[in-house]
Design a protein around this ligand. Structure first.
Ligand SMILES: *[C@@H]1O[C@H](CO)[C@@H](O)[C@H](O)[C@H]1NC(C)=O
Ligand SMILES: *[C@@H]1O[C@H](CO)[C@@H](O)[C@H](O)[C@H]1NC(C)=O
Ligand SMILES: *[C@@H]1O[C@H](CO)[C@@H](O)[C@H](O)[C@H]1NC(C)=O
Length: 460
C-alpha cells in the first residue's frame, strides 16, 4: 500500500516501480524536509492534486523525500530541491522535468496539456468562436496535415506556453474563412490589430523559437500600463528596449498624450515595448530607477534592459506622435548618449571617517593620484551591505590619520559611473595612488582584519 498525504502519493525506492505501473501520468516531486522552496510549494502541490481530481484530469501527484532515498536521487540525477519529474506511460528512463511556475493552476494546466491534447481541435467556425470567446488572446494553428512535423512542433510548444490558449484545425472551410492558403499560425486578440499571422515556412519547417518570440511579442498590448500585475509580463516579453511615458493619470492634459504615444507604437512592435507609467500610482521605484521626480511628468525615457543604459530626450519638445517616433529612432540609431544617474554632492561629504561619494565627485576623489582610495558601492536595501557597514566604519576610523588613504562609499542605485558598472552589492573597489587609473576589485572576506591587511599590503 502506497501512503497518500493530502492526495499526494508518498513514494520510496520500494514503491516507485509499483506507482509507475499503476499511474500512466505521474508527477514526482523530489523534496528535502529542510528546503524552504519545498515548504512553499507544499500547499500549491496539494491544491494541484485537488484541482486534477476536480477537473477529472487523469494525472497523479507524488513525492519522494530525497535525502531519505539516495538511490532514487542518484538514479534521476536530482541535485537540488525541489525537482519535479513527470513520468509518462511508466517510462522510468526518460522522465520530463517540470520547470514551470510552482503554482497549483500552472501545474494542473501543464499536466492537462500532456495527458490530453495541448490544443483544442476546431471543426468549424462555431468552435473558433467558442475558443476565442474565452480569452483575450488565442492562438490557432492551421495545418493542412495534422500529422506532419510542423503540427507536432506547434503542439509541443503549446504544451509549455501555459499562459496562452491554443486551437488547431485542418478544415478547408476554416482556411478559407481566415483567407489562408498555406499553413499558418494565427494569433487572435481582442485588442489592437485583432489578428497577427505567422506563416509556416514549409521548407525550413516551423521554428519553435521564432514562433515563441512571435507569440510573446504579438500578445502584448501595443501600449502597456506599468503596475504590479503587468510588470512580470513586461520583463518576460524579451523585448530589450522599453520606452516609458511618465504621466500623471489624474490630469486630463496628461491622459490626452496617450493617444499620440499609441499612434507612434505600431512600427516598433517587437523592437521597442511602449509602457505608460502613472506617477500618481504606486510607481516610486520606477521614478527612482530613472532618477526622476513626479513633477518631471509628462516625460519620456528609454531603457535597454540588457545594457541598462538609459536615454532621455535631449530637448523639451512637446510629446507628439512624431516626437516619440523621432526619439526612438535617434536612440536606436545611436545618436543619443545614455545618461547617468547622479545625486548632488552633499556639503558634508568629507566630514565623517567614511567619505560620501556620488557620480559628480567620484572621478576627482577616486582617481586622485596622491591617494589610495577604497570604495564600497552599495544599495540602500541590500542586507549584505548593512551587515558589513560596522566593519567599514571601523576601517575608516582606523585609517583616518593616514593622509594618503581614503575610505569611501557610494550609493550605486542613485549614482552611475561611466565604464565602471556595478553588478552586485556590495562591491568593493580599490583605486591605488599613482598614474594609470588602476582599479583593483576586492574579493576577500569583509571583516576589519582582512580589509586592513589588504590596505597594508597596498591592495593585495
Ligand atoms: C522511454 O522513452 C524513450 C524516449 O522517448 C524511449 O526511447 C524508450 O524506449 C522508452 N522506454 C520504454 C521502456 O518505453
Ligand atoms: C480576406 O481577403 C479579402 C480580400 O483581400 C478581404 O476583403 C477580406 O476582408 C479578408 N477577410 C479576412 C477575414 O481577413
Ligand atoms: C497628480 O495630479 C493631481 C491632480 O492635479 C495632484 O493632486 C497630484 O499631486 C499629482 N500627483 C503627483 C505625484 O504629482
Amino acid at each position: 500500500e502506497v501512503p497518500r498525504e493530502d492526495g499526494i502519493l508518498a513514494l520510496s525506492r520500494h514503491t516507485l516501480g509499483l506507482a509507475l505501473r499503476e499511474h500512466p501520468a505521474l508527477l514526482v516531486e523530489f523534496y528535502a524536509p529542510w528546503c524552504g522552496h519545498c515548504k512553499a510549494l507544499a500547499p500549491e502541490y496539494s491544491k494541484a492534486a485537488a484541482l486534477l481530481a476536480e477537473k477529472s484530469i487523469p494525472a497523479t501527484l507524488a513525492k519522494v523525500d530525497g535525502p531519505a532515498e539516495p538511490e532514487l536521487t542518484e538514479e534521476f540525477g536530482v541535485t537540488s530541491y525541489p525537482t519535479l519529474k513527470f513520468f509518462h506511460d511508466g517510462n522510468r528512463t526518460h522522465p520530463e522535468e517540470y520547470t514551470g511556475p510552482r503554482e497549483a493552476e500552472a501545474i494542473t494546466e501543464w499536466l492537462r496539456r500532456r495527458v490530453g491534447p495541448s490544443a483544442t481541435l476546431l471543426k468549424d467556425e462555431a468552435g473558433v468562436q467558442v475558443l476565442a470567446g474565452t480569452q483575450d488572446v488565442v492562438v490557432i494553428g492551421f495545418f493542412q496535415d495534422l500529422q506532419d512535423k510542423d503540427a507536432a512542433t506547434f503542439l509541443a510548444l503549446a504544451q509549455d506556453a501555459l499562459d496562452m490558449t491554443f486551437g488547431l484545425t485542418d478544415q478547408p472551410q476554416l482556411f478559407q474563412k481566415f483567407n489562408l492558403t498555406k499553413d499558418t499560425v494565427v494569433l487572435l486578440k481582442k485588442f489592437d490589430e485583432g489578428r497577427a499571422d505567422f506563416p509556416v515556412d514549409k521548407e525550413l519547417g516551423l521554428d519553435p523559437g521564432d514562433l515563441s518570440r512571435f507569440l510573446v511579442t504579438h500578445s502584448m498590448h501595443l501600449v502597456t500600463e506599468f503596475n504590479s500585475q503587468t510588470s512580470s509580463r513586461i520583463f518576460a516579453a524579451r523585448i530589450l528596449n522599453h520606452l516609458l511615458l511618465f504621466v500623471n493619470q489624474s490630469l486630463a492634459a496628461h491622459r490626452e498624450l496617450l493617444a499620440d504615444f499609441r499612434e507612434a507604437a505600431p512600427p516598433f512592435r517587437g523592437q521597442v515595448l511602449f509602457v505608460v507609467v502613472d506617477v500618481a500610482g504606486d510607481n516610486d521605484h520606477v521614478l527612482q530607477y530613472f532618477g526622476l521626480k513626479a513633477e518631471a511628468a509628462p516625460t519620456l525615457r528609454l531603457v535597454n534592459i540588457e545594457t541598462t543604459k538609459k536615454y532621455a530626450p535631449t530637448d523639451e519638445e512637446p510629446i507628439t506622435a512624431a516626437a516619440v517616433t523621432a526619439f526612438c529612432h535617434t536612440v536606436l540609431n545611436g545618436q543619443v548618449k545614455p545618461y547617468l544617474l547622479s545625486q548632488e554632492v552633499p556639503s558634508d561629504w568629507d566630514q565623517r571617517p567614511v567619505k560620501t561619494l556620488v557620480s559628480k565627485n567620484f572621478e576627482q576623489v577616486a582617481f586622485d593620484e596622491t591617494k589610495n582610495v577604497f570604495v564600497k558601492f552599495y544599495a540602500p536595501w541590500c542586507t549584505h551591505c548593512k551587515e558589513m557597514a560596522p566593519a567599514w566604519e571601523a576601517l575608516a576610523e582606523k585609517y583616518k590619520e593616514h593622509e594618503d588613504i581614503i575610505i569611501a562609499e557610494l550609493d550605486a542605485t542613485a549614482n552611475e559611473l561611466e565604464g565602471l558598472p556595478v553588478h552586485g552589492f556590495p562591491t568593493l573597489k580599490y583605486f591605488p595612488a599613482g598614474p594609470g587609473r588602476k582599479v583593483i576589485e576586492y574579493k576577500s572576506t569583509r571583516d576589519l582584519e582582512t580589509l586592513s591587511k589588504f590596505l597594508d599590503n597596498g591592495g593585495e
